[in-house]
Design a protein around this ligand. Structure first.
Ligand SMILES: *Cc1c(COP(=O)(O)O)cnc(C)c1O
Length: 394
């Protein structure tokens, strides 16, 4: 086949090489530290494809190749033990002492924590910016600005960023552009095609897809590949073959899972908008979302994570609603087959923008269950909320 494969075909065929694995469709789980060399000359020659466990094996190569293919234009991918280490490794690969880093105010909380603690201790200075700043980010560039980090849509609050506009002004100044693309995955947004240098994912979420594994990926365009590969190598990051295999298995069904997540999330988002207990719904695929046009321009779909604000300002009412849910589990992370509910408070995590909603923000991950069952569960939750509210108002 000479035509470039479409994503669905890539998911089924990328890095599937039975002839290299005794005919088996999937690669074996290569466990190991020592790799044998036939001669001293082979050891010295450094041409043997695998030379030590930490530096990769045929199992990890398969996942890296599949991610390279899917990310479109990636010259290389490294695997990290979690999504967070992928974010921090990417930052440390391009920033050093004395450098300035720009990070969106809506960034994943633990990345903010890293910037405010470990990165600061290394004399990397972070400025948080309004995620909706667009090309205006140029006004925040200092002579020592080394990198701009993006995450779109933002954690919890779902602001969509103008990726091409930010990338264009950053590249005029030779500034690296890093993006956390966990929400969309490369099926719904391809950061490298929009000018991003490092496309980061918590594969823990949709790529793994089954809540049974943690892993992060950094797919690199040509500008940043050497630096990322060196940093990953220098600090000695490694992911074991069991976890790599689980992520590779999850990847094969990413498209069908995301289609269901998207369809059900959109149905529930529309339904939530009509609920009297809800004041706002944050989901970029909704026409009412403030960045809907930008999402439509750049994204090819929306995944299963959204949030809404309750009209009621009381946390007791919110607990009454969430505690009794039967199909929505209370817990961190998302991207698995199951639905999740989590109260989140962005107030303590915003410094460049203001969170002015008076109600409670609740994040939902819409899983693969039947959407009518999910809405019935939420509906009962809203009834509990109203009952507690009515009791209080007596
Ligand atoms: C969960 C998450 C991460 C971190 O992934 P882990 O595998 O949990 O470390 C990074 N970025 C975003 C946007 C996330 O939601």
């Amino acid at each position: 086949m000479t035509k470039k494969m479409n994503d669905r075909t890539l998911l089924a065929h990328a890095a599937v090489n039975p002839s290299e694995h005794h005919g088996f469709i999937n690669p074996a789980l290569y466990r190991g530290s020592t790799v044998a060399f036939p001669t001293v000359a082979a050891l010295a020659g450094r041409t043997q494809p695998y030379r030590y466990g930490r530096w990769g094996n045929p199992t990890s190569t398969a996942l890296c190749e599949a991610i390279n293919a899917l990310e479109g234009g990636a010259v290389g991918t490294v695997l990290c033990p979690s999504g967070l280490t992928a974010c921090t490794t990417a930052i440390l690969a391009v920033c050093g002492a004395g450098d300035h880093l720009l990070v969106p105010d809506s960034v994943y909380g633990p990345v903010r924590h890293f910037c405010d603690t470990a990165a600061r201790r290394m004399n990397i200075e972070t400025t948080y910016y309004d995620p909706r700043i667009g090309a205006g980010i140029a006004g925040l560039f200092h002579p020592n600005t080394r990198a701009v980090f993006l995450e779109s849509p933002g954690s919890g609050t779902f602001e969509v960023q103008d990726v091409p506009a930010i990338a264009a002004v950053a590249h005029e100044r030779d500034i690296f552009v890093l993006m956390d693309n966990s929400w969309a995955t490369p099926l719904f947004l391809k950061p490298l095609e929009l000018g991003v240098d490092l496309s980061i994912m918590a594969a823990t979420k949709y790529i793994g897809g089954h809540s049974d594994v943690m892993l992060g990926t950094i797919a690199c365009g040509p500008r940043a590949w050497e630096q990322v590969r060196d940093m990953h190598f220098q600090v000695g990051q490694y992911v074991g073959p069991d976890d790599v295999t689980l992520v590779l298995r999850g990847l094969r069904t990413l498209d069908v899972r995301l289609q269901r997540h998207q369809e059900s999330a959109l149905t529930i988002a529309h339904w939530l908008e009509q609920r009297p207990e809800v004041s706002r719904v944050f989901y970029p695929a909704l026409p009412s979302h403030p960045d809907h046009a930008l999402w439509q321009r750049d994204f090819r779909g929306a995944s299963g994570l959204l949030s809404f604000v309750t009209r009621s300002p009381s946390s007791d009412f919110v607990a009454a609603m969430i505690d009794g849910l039967k199909l929505f589990t209370i817990g961190y992370s998302w991207g698995g087959f199951e639905s999740l509910a989590l109260p989140v408070d962005p107030r303590s995590l915003r410094t460049a923008t203001q969170w002015t909603e008076t109600g409670h923000l609740i994040r939902l991950h819409i899983g693969l269950e039947d959407v009518d069952d999910l809405m019935a569960d939420l509906e009962e939750g809203f009834s509990r909320l109203r009952a507690v509210e009515a009791q209080k108002n007596l």
